[in-house]
Design a protein around this ligand. Structure first.
Ligand code: FMN
Length: 524
């Protein structure tokens, strides 16, 4: 398959076969002057050729759960930057969209493009509810992911990741990325395979050390069995902790090899970047370097964690990434965490970065899937100077600091948190551990305390924990309902840049689009 264009879409110069990243890009002005539309990757089996090494200046960061949905990523990629869908818990997201009646028919459209129709129909048949479920009826509960997940769940993962990516690729030929948290390990292989069937151009992964993802991408591109090591607390030598996925157990016909997406690891230290480059079992194509002001989970400070008076982790000089050293690795990198402005993009480029990854600015734009009432309320707070973001050191069961926007009616409020029945029924952030009998079981420090303790969990680990799985699904309008009465509350995450989002509003408006963000960043 021929690749379609031969000019670098973010620097406007003609590139040789080595690409031209990392060489002091001039971007917006050149792009404007050239009048060229970026036209690139076209087919999942496409080998992309020389253009494979040309990268965007702006990455719209993956934002889970479902905040960076296909709609946002499509809007960004259409404009020639990199739109990234969140791959986190997409199985739940698809199942719930179908139970809500598939408004707009988008899921149906995506399912119709899935290469294995029988599998697509099984998903549709199981979850689709014409007209949508009644408001006080709970969503169906899905089986939880386990080392050997049931086939129906594996299929749902493959299909959900396919649908999200294929919809984000509609109407343009530019690449789309998908983001995963390394910590949520079990769904990785079927999820990646589903995204690759849809021709995903980039895989971005943070919140862990994804040494074995690059090799898995190589295998999956050939439809070959792939494996991934499950981190099991207390595992002993000889324990079988390997997850295996065999694509041909699920395919309904032979397909040609798939495009092997670029792999960008999200890092917060030089050490991790070096380890990934040296020890990964396949090609790492670049890094996103994310600092502690970014939305979502943050890497904890190095060394013993110290908290300020408010209870937020304190970061210091040791947490700064040495960009000089990073440059020596010779791979492209993007800077993230407070880089959502034209000045910061220029600064990043001047520091040798290929560009920036931006989340918060996009989380509040019209195409983001964040609930409208939350979006509007936080935008108002930002305009009036009352927006507050708290770096919660204990909320996330992952044990990573988690940024939380302070907002009435959400779990950021103590009373709302205390009023929530402690339930763990989605289970994405559960940790695998070795039982006394030598088997593998799962526990979450956000689950009922007695249950957690019965699984050798430590009581101190349960304090202040919040159920991010349910809260983040509630953020995008898919709140679970319990006993027809309790409706799960949201918990909005965003970066310290929340206070700056009013700068994206066009004059006399109360909302802005992804295009407004991009135009502002490119100073267009
Ligand atoms: C609402 C929201 C959700 C996020 N979720 C994720 C996620 O699931 N995975 C991830 O790697 N990063 C996540 N991030 C981080 C972004 O991808 C991006 O790196 C970060 O927002 C950049 O910093 P900024 O917020 O200052 O622009 C999230 C950020 C936001 C605002």
């Amino acid at each position: 398959m021929e690749v379609v264009a031969a000019s670098h879409y973010n620097c406007g110069v003609t590139c040789g076969s080595d690409g031209c990243h990392g060489s002091g890009h001039l971007f917006a002005a050149d792009l404007r002057a050239s009048g060229r539309q970026p036209r690139r990757f076209v087919d999942p089996t496409d080998n992309y050729g020389a253009l494979a090494r040309m990268h965007p200046a702006i990455i719209q960061g993956g934002m889970g759960v479902g905040i960076s949905s296909w709609r946002l990523a499509r809007a960004v990629s259409r404009l020639g930057q990199l739109g990234v869908v969140s791959g986190t818990a997409l199985d739940q997201v698809l199942a719930r969209r179908l139970q809500d009646g598939d408004r707009g028919g988008h899921m149906r459209r995506g399912l119709d493009r899935f290469p294995f129709p029988k599998m697509a129909e099984r998903i549709w048949g199981k979850y689709y509810s014409a007209g949508g479920k009644a408001e006080n009826t709970p969503y169906q509960s899905l089986p939880k992911h386990a080392k050997d997940s049931p086939r129906e769940l594996v299929e749902l993962c493959i299909v959900a990741n396919f649908v999200e990516v294929i919809l984000a690729r509609e109407g343009h030929e530019n690449p789309v990325g998908i983001n995963y948290l390394e910590k949520i390990q079990i769904p990785h292989l079927p999820s990646l395979y589903g995204a690759m069937l849809a021709g995903v151009g980039y895989v971005l992964m943070g919140a862990g050390i994804p040494l074995r993802i690059p090799g898995a991408l190589d295998r999956l591109a050939e439809h070959e069995p792939a494996s991934y090591p499950l981190q099991v607390s207390g595992a002993q030598e000889g324990d079988d902790t390997t997850i295996t996925f065999v694509p041909r157990d699920f395919t309904e016909r032979e397909l040609p090899p798939l495009f092997r997406p670029h792999f960008l690891a999200i890092v917060a230290s030089n050490t991790l970047a070096v380890a990934l480059q040296k020890k990964a079992n396949g090609r790492v194509d670049g890094f996103v370097v994310e600092g502690p002001t970014a939305g979502g989970h943050n890497a904890p400070p190095r060394g013993k964690v110290q908290l300020n008076e408010a209870g937020e982790p304190i970061y210091g000089d040791r947490d700064r990434v040495d960009l000089e050293k990073l440059r020596e690795l010779g791979l492209p990198f993007w800077l993230a965490g407070g880089y959502g402005s034209a000045g910061k993009l220029r600064e990043a480029l001047a520091a040798g970065a290929a560009g920036v990854q931006v989340g918060t600015a996009f989380a509040f734009c019209a195409e983001s899937a964040l609930r409208d009432d939350y979006k509007q309320a936080l935008l108002k707070k930002a305009i009036s100077g009352e927006a507050r973001v708290f770096t919660d050191a204990v909320a996330s069961p992952t044990n990573f600091p988690f940024k939380v926007a302070q907002l009435e009616g959400t779990l950021s409020e103590r009373e709302e948190h205390l009023a929530r029945p402690r339930v763990c029924d989605a289970g994405y952030l559960r940790e695998a551990y070795r039982t006394a009998e030598g088997t593998i079981d799962f526990r979450c420090s956000g689950e009922p305390v007695s249950v957690y303790l019965s699984k050798q969990g430590k009581p101190e680990d349960t304090v202040g924990r919040k159920c991010l799985c349910n809260a983040l699904l509630a953020n995008i309008g898919h709140a679970q309902v319990r006993s027809g009465r309790y409706v799960e509350k949201g918990l909005v995450t965003c970066g310290d840049d929340l206070s700056k989002i009013p700068s994206f509003l066009p004059p006399n408006t109360t909302s802005y689009t992804a295009a407004d963000v991009i135009a502002k960043l490119l100073d267009a």
